[in-house]
Design a protein around this ligand. Sequence first.
Ligand code: FDM
Length: 212
Amino acid sequence: NKESSSPRGALIVLEGLDRCGKTSQSGRLYKYLLEQGHSVESWRFPDRNTGVGQMISSYLTNESQLEDHAIHLLFSANRWEKRSLMEEKLKTGTTLIVDRYSYSGVAFSSAKGLDIGWCKAPEIGLLAPDLVVYLDISPEKAAERGGYGDERYEQLEFQKKVAGSYLALRDSSWKVIDATLSIVDIEKKLREVVLDCMMTCHKGKPLSQLWR
Ligand code: FDM
């Protein structure tokens, strides 16, 4: 029985504002771990490939409109529909690097003015990350990076609010990395905290659930 004999994988989440470098760093980290012989997968939320994900995607590209609470619940549903696969992967030894998770859910929706407790509620019972890495950049600096795309939330004023929400959500367990460092320096720091976390999971740290 693979589940009981092999050490479990780690659930690693990268968070940050748009243009903080999350996506390229998760790609680099994924390649590195793979080359080191680890069983690893690169995930992202929203996962636009599911039915729910397609609704989210058309909302983000402004092809459809949804009430703020309604889209919040869709983002959450998009994590719930992947929960059992996530648990199975972790239990059978695969480490998951996840680009955005429940923290994005709460940060972006509460930046619109929704109550933070209400935003957290549908996330209760999802798997808790073993590590949250926050790539820290000011909204102004992020905006300077080749500009934003055309998606709904990619605007400086809104990103400032999101930054404030992230700050309210952060706790002492998060690893904060200065996202204005060079790509290589960020990568180095990221590898360090990730390998350390994987070791802890390897040694038997139990999987836990969010916000209980
Ligand atoms: N986003 C992402 C949310 O508003 N809630 C969520 O739960 C998640 C996971 O969707 F602006 C926002 C954050 C971002 C947008 O994300 C799409 P990507 O990483 O650009 O695909």
